[in-house]
Structure formats: structure tokens, C-alpha cells
Write a protein that binds this ligand. Structure first.
Ligand SMILES: [Zn+2]
Length: 314
């Protein structure tokens, strides 16, 4: 907490990152009567895509706007707010952060400045208070400068949720469901039943290889099954195009996670070294998908380590 307070203090001395110009267009796409999203570019966050590699969404109610996620840099957060302003001049009342990964929350400051209340699951506090938060920040300040700099505050939530929560704004109900630990300990999905819509955060990636690392893939798979049983008509993923057939699209993330677990699980059982197992594995079903080159090896290694730990606990 002391570290967080220090970061916030430094930020108030004047962050410049929010003013860095963007070439990238952040355009709202309507998905249902009241809901919109902006779609990030494929692949991992990079200077080429200016860190715009994730999605964010928003729902316009008669009493204000609810936003889901804030994109991956301060200028992108400001651009998201500008995209919302193209659709409505109603105030942004609340931002729900699906999880505290850099690509989903580094844009929060614009919304905080606009007076929105930020909600997230308290599982994220562990990340913010660990070395991982500053380590990722330093990497982003290196790779995404000038859009992210060292002075950028890591904005926490105004309200840390213990578990599921629901609220109604302007007659529209929002159900926040705690799915973690899955992709992260703090995963939240946001269901808007009146719109037949669910914002899945990074439980679902469409059209690309998910970033898995050492995520608990067993629980992630269970979370996918929970999402599938909710049967929403529309699902806005954390990355990739909106899904109009969630059952099918959940299948890609699900199939990939199962494949990682099967291949790396067998290697761990047989005491096959990682390098050898990775080289021997058949990745052909996934090798042509975006983010494969950047993510697959790290994912496989992360799961190898996870499955070793699972084996030792048996
Ligand atoms: Zn993400």
C-alpha cells in the first residue's frame, strides 16, 4: 500500500503520458441496443499497436454510462472516453475492471479524472502490492514509451469487491460474477441480461492465442464451462472480435488450454525436459493464429511449471 500511495503522489506531480498522441483510432462499435465496445488490434501490446491490443466496452443507461475495462495506456483511456463521448454525453458513472493486467487498466486515470467510480475484485490487491506490478510497469514504460512512462499511476479501485455483486443503473441490471482464480485471481465477468450480453474479460479470447503463462488453467477451464452454461447471445471478449456464437468461440480458448495441459501434463508425468517436450509437441492447430509466436512458448513453459506443482501436490 505504501508503494501504491507513493505512485499516486508522483502522479499528481504531473504525468505527461496521457498527452502522448496516438495514431490508432479507437472507434465504438455497437453490439446491442445499449452496448458498445472498442476492439484492440491483434497480438501482444507493442510499440507498433501503441499498446492497443485489448478490448473495452460500455453500456449507456438513462442515468449514465457503465464502462468495462479501460485499455492499456493513459492516452488509450482518454481515447476510450472520447469514443464514449461520440455516442452519449451522459456521465460515466462506473468502471468495472475485469482484471488487473496492464492492457486492461492502465487507461483508468482518464475515468477517475472524469469522476467515475472504479470497481474491481480485491484479488488484484495482491498483484498491486507485489513486485510484479512495478516490474510490468517498468517493462511497459520501456516498450510503450511515450504512451506509458514511469510517472504513470497504477490506479486502484474505489471499491474492492469480495465476490459477486449486482447493481441497477437507469433500469439496467449489471451482474458482476467473480470467476477467479482463472486467467487471474481477480477475474470478474460482467453480465447485462437485458442485452443478452456478457463481457468476459480474458476468460475468453477470440481469434488469437490467449496469454496463459502460469495461470491456473484447471480453474480457467471450469470458468469457461460456467460462462457456457449462462448462454449469453453476445460475448465481448478481452481480446478479439465480439462473439455472436459464444459456445463456439469459447471452444477455441477451451481447446487450446486443454491441449496445453495434455501435452505439458504428459511431459511432466514422463519427466521429459521442457525443451524436448516443446519441440516434439504438435502445435499445428494453433500455430497460424495471432499471438502464437509471442505467447505459445511462454504459455507452454508456464503450464509445464504449473503441472509440475500439481503433480507434486498429488
Ligand atoms: Zn488481456
Amino acid at each position: 500500500m505504501r508503494w501504491l500511495a507513493a505512485a499516486l503522489l508522483v502522479a499528481s506531480a504531473g504525468a505527461l503520458a496521457a498527452d502522448a498522441p496516438l495514431r490508432t483510432k479507437v472507434e465504438p462499435v455497437r453490439v446491442s441496443a445499449r452496448a458498445y465496445y472498442v476492439q484492440g488490434l491483434p497480438g501482444m501490446a507493442s510499440a507498433a499497436n501503441e499498446g492497443f491490443n485489448s478490448n473495452a466496452g460500455f453500456v449507456v443507461t438513462d442515468e449514465g454510462v457503465v464502462v468495462v475495462d479501460a485499455l492499456g495506456t493513459p492516452p488509450l483511456g482518454a481515447a476510450l472516453l472520447a469514443a464514449i463521448r461520440k455516442v452519449t454525453d451522459k456521465p460515466v458513472r462506473r468502471v468495472i475492471v475485469t482484471h488487473y493486467h496492464a492492457d486492461h487498466f492502465y487507461g483508468l486515470q482518464a475515468f477517475k479524472d472524469a469522476g467515475a467510480e472504479i470497481w474491481a475484485h480485491r484479488g488484484a490487491l495482491e498483484y498491486l502490492q507485489s513486485d510484479e506490478g512495478p516490474r510490468r510497469h517498468a517493462q511497459r514504460a520501456r516498450d510503450l514509451f511515450p504512451w506509458v512512462d514511469e510517472k504513470m499511476p497504477l490506479v486502484g479501485a474505489d471499491r474492492w469487491l469480495e465476490g459477486d455483486a449486482s447493481f441497477t443503473l437507469g433500469g439496467i441490471r449489471f451482474d458482476l460474477v467473480a470467476m477467479g482464480p482463472a486467467h487471474t485471481p481477480e477475474d470478474l465477468v460482467v453480465s447485462v441480461p437485458q442485452e443478452g450480453l456478457l463481457f468476459s474479460g480474458d476468460i475468453l479470447f477470440t481469434g488469437r492465442i490467449p496469454f496463459v503463462g502460469e495461470a491456473d488453467s484447471r480453474k480457467w477451464l471450469a470458468a469457461i464451462e460456467r460462462l457456457a452454461t449462462a448462454k449469453p447471445k453476445l460475448m465481448v471478449p478481452g481480446h478479439g472480435v465480439v462473439s455472436r456464437d459464444p459456445a463456439k468461440d469459447l471452444g477455441l480458448t477451451q481447446g487450446y488450454l486443454r491441449h496445453l495441459r495434455a501435452v505439458m501434463g504428459k511431459a511432466v508425468e514422463d519427466f521429459t525436459p521442457f525443451e524436448e517436450a516443446y519441440a516434439k509437441a504438435d502445435w499445428s492447430a494453433y500455430a497460424k493464429l495471432p499471438a502464437f509466436d509471442a505467447a505459445n512458448r511462454v504459455n507452454a513453459y508456464g503450464q509445464y511449471l504449473l503441472l509440475e506443482r500439481e503433480l507434486l501436490k498429488r
